[in-house]
Design a protein around this ligand. Structure first.
Ligand code: NAP
Length: 255
């Protein structure tokens, strides 16, 4: 019997998980992307792209395709799709599992100020002009138009269009992972005195946090949004094992 699995992706882990699951002949995997990145990396498995039309649209998709398991492996800040996934799974009667990458914890030497939103991050930069590194993703940076007195260095995978309505901003196109040594060089060359970051977790984007700590640079850390509580694992390997247990309970018990 072939089990259909839908993975909501857009993260490195989703791609890795999809590859591992697709290697099993009894699993048929579809990876779903929001369709925002202009040239996403090759995913190595069948991909669909674009929104489903809310929780109801996703529930209809699950039923129509005979999906047996839904996996939410989206980014920890993609709160809307995670909420939709939980609601759609409930509505369609399809089990849901989530890959929830743990967040970073502040360690000795970190100079973090934690805030609840990107808008709050823009406010706490303060009145005095500062040199700010925004490594947030292009959807969020518009909030910094409210604080036009600062110099911004904005890094994103795709170009920020339209440009920010602030007098002093530089743009950098790059896709991670980013090494600490390269991040430290960037912070120094650009004379950055504050980094604004999401608490993404994982190693691929931690370099800027480690570099900021080493250089004594402030970090404004945007806290994670609340996500629905569903059965979850913290790593690709753990979730892969969970799917196996889930779809083959008899085999796992040795029956
Ligand atoms: P979001 O605010 O939670 O989702 C907004 C809408 O985009 C959803 O309601 C859904 O539209 C659609 N959508 C999102 N993820 C989708 C997916 N994997 N497949 C199909 N439709 C999807 O999410 P977001 O913050 O815009 O993030 C979009 C994607 O980028 C996610 O897949 C996420 O993993 C990835 N990503 C996000 C961040 C971030 O910081 N937010 C960073 C890296 C990667 P409908 O309601 O029409 O179904």
């Amino acid at each position: 019997m072939t089990h259909r699995i839908l993975i909501l992706g857009g993260t490195t882990e989703a791609r890795q998980l999809a590859g591992k699951l697709a290697a099993r002949p009894d699993f048929s995997v579809m990876l779903s992307l929001a369709g925002r990145t202009e040239s996403p990396l090759a995913q190595g498995v069948p991909v669909r792209s674009g929104g489903f039309g809310g929780a109801d649209g996703l529930a209809a998709y699950l039923s129509e395709t005979g999906t047996g398991v839904l996996i939410d492996a989206t980014h920890p800040y993609a709160a809307q799709i995670s909420a939709n996934a939980e609601a759609a799974a409930r509505k369609a009667g399809v089990p849901i599992l989530a890959l929830r990458r743990p967040g970073w914890e502040a360690v000795k030497g970190d100079r973090w100020l934690e805030v609840h939103s990107v808008a709050e991050a823009a406010r706490v930069l303060g009145e005095m002009p500062r040199r700010v590194f925004l490594a947030l993703g292009r959807q969020e940076v518009a909030a910094f138009e409210a604080a036009p007195q600062h110099h911004y260095l904005i890094r994103s995978v795709d170009p920020v269009e339209p440009r920010l309505a602030v007098p002093d901003a530089d743009y950098l196109l790059a896709r991670g992972p980013f090494r600490e040594t390269d991040e430290a060089a960037l912070l120094q060359q650009q004379r950055i005195d504050v980094v604004v970051s999401k608490n993404s977790g994982g190693g691929a984007t931690y370099g800027k946090i480690a570099a900021a700590r080493a250089l004594g640079v402030d970090v404004i850390m945007v806290r994670r949004p609340e996500l629905p509580r569903v059965p979850a694992a913290e790593s690709v390997e753990a979730l892969f094992a969970m799917v196996g247990h889930f779809l083959e309970p008899d085999a796992e018990r040795g029956v």
